[in-house]
Design a protein around this ligand. Structure first.
Ligand code: HSE
Length: 439
């Protein structure tokens, strides 16, 4: 039986899960790959912490060069998160001829072109199923199983931390700040939750999915995004009244070009009102879900754990096994991702943020006096935004009363312009909150 040696860089939560699978399920993996897949080295700066897994003597090292300089290691699982030293390590590994398996979505979303170009030049592959949706095999679905389709849209919950917080706010009628604290206490949110709650993690994942689905190469920072910090218990109360739940949704929507002009891709990450009773509204807790519409398959829906030790390790080790049997090489070469030459042939361009179409929910806290509703709605009328519903309950808060407005279809640009104008108005007491409406 052929032996394949694997090195692992990063022995944190996912790294531990990967080591468990590779070491404890060795027989299962050999049976399914026809190879003796050996985890031979793990590099992590912390070589003392007990991860609850007994490693063979000498396997753990603090120096990743022990993997880099071992010519027998042909597959490197890189599970260090970030875009600084991680980029250097990734490029060094590629240039040393290692095939890569990674979960680092920030690195791919930021340096995908550089990494994939280096890998192509070196004749090695990069697999990244775990970078989006944790244990959900969405990269394989997009890159392989849905290959016969032209993708029309993606609507997805891609961040378990945000979904956990929003679900708990909905369930307990609580506000954002105490719910975040509780999520941190329970280990569902990082001590520094910014990348998750501000929507950056979701935007990075959406940029990767969009690249595969629509052949468009974009900077994830160009995706208009709103985080979940602005969502309050009040929003859930009104959403419920109107028949909606609230999710941080990643949206990619193809708008057909007319008269030979290219299709436009509308992208956004925003707290979104989703109709109760829809599959995506039922996704609660730390779960992820992706709804994809293709021209042949129509709607398909993928659901599962988007983070965590073993669900993410499941995706990583599947990539290792695919690399061992040669499937990754084929996918890597045929998909040809982050390749400028290929992208120039695609007929899709990114819609400007101002052009992104949608329906919106606005919460505007206003002074409680005669004429205020007409002043606020006049701003929307002047921006050409049509109102589909407007709710204002009796309220004796001195700080102002929430005015809840649902719009008909408009553009992100029109809504942002109207919000800017409202911010200047004396009757508007705080920055208006906007969310999208889906379904
Ligand atoms: N922090 C992410 C989440 C998982 O909460 O879903 C890794 O991308």
């Amino acid at each position: 039986m052929k032996t394949i040696k694997v090195g692992l860089v990063g022995f944190g939560t996912i790294g531990t899960g990967v080591a468990k699978l590779l070491l404890l399920q060795k027989e299962r993996i050999s049976k399914r790959t026809g190879c003796d897949v050996q985890l031979v080295r793990i590099a992590d700066l912390d070589t003392t912490r007990d991860r609850g897994l007994k490693l063979p003597e000498g396997m753990l090292t603090a120096d990743y060069h022990d993997i880099l300089n071992d010519p027998e290691i042909s597959i490197v699982v890189q599970l260090i998160g970030g875009t600084g030293v991680e980029r250097t390590v990734m490029l060094e590994m590629i240039n040393a001829g290692k095939n890569i398996v990674t979960a680092n979505k920030a690195l791919l979303a930021t340096y995908g072109e550089e990494i994939f170009t280096a890998a192509r030049a070196k004749g090695v592959s990069v697999a990244f199923e775990a970078a989006v949706g944790g244990g959900i095999p969405i990269i394989a679905a997009m890159g392989e199983s849905l290959a016969a389709n032209e993708i029309e849209s993606i609507h997805a919950i891609l961040n378990g931390t945000c979904n956990f917080i929003l679900s708990n706010m909905e369930e307990n009628g609580s506000d954002y700040a105490p719910t975040l604290k509780e999520a941190q206490r329970l280990g569902f949110a990082e001590a520094n939750p910014a990348m998750d709650v501000e929507g950056s993690d979701t935007a990075q994942k959406l940029s990767i999915l969009s690249h595969i689905a629509f052949g468009i190469h974009l900077d994830w920072k160009d995706i208009p995004k709103v985080g979940i910090e602005t969502v309050s218990g009040i929003d859930f109360r009104y959403a419920k009244l109107l028949g909606y739940s609230i999710k941080l949704l990643a949206i990619a929507n193809r708008v057909r070009g007319v008269a030979g002009s290219p299709d436009k891709l509308e992208l956004s990450v925003c707290p979104t009102l989703v109709k109760k009773g829809s599959p995506i509204a039922a996704v609660s807790g730390a779960y992820n879900a992706v709804s994809v519409i293709g021209d042949a398959v129509e709607t398909s829906f993928y659901y599962g754990k988007g983070a965590g030790e073993m669900p993410t390790a499941s995706a990583v080790v599947a990539d290792v096994m695919d690399t061992v049997v040669g499937r990754t090489k084929i996918t890597f070469e045929t998909l040809n991702l982050w390749n400028r030459e290929k992208e120039s042939g695609e007929n899709v361009v990114l819609a400007k943020a101002s052009e992104v179409k949608g329906r919106y929910y606005l919460r505007v806290v206003v002074e409680d006096r005669a004429g205020v509703i007409s002043e606020v709605t006049a701003v929307l009328a002047n921006a050409g935004i049509s109102i589909s519903s407007c709710v204002q309950d009796e309220c004796d808060e001195a700080s102002g009363v929430p005015l809840i407005i649902m719009t008909h279809e408009t553009t992100e640009g029109a809504v942002l312009g109207a919000i800017e104008e409202m911010k200047q108005m004396a009757c508007v007491k705080s920055e208006p909150v906007r969310m999208r409406i889906y379904g």
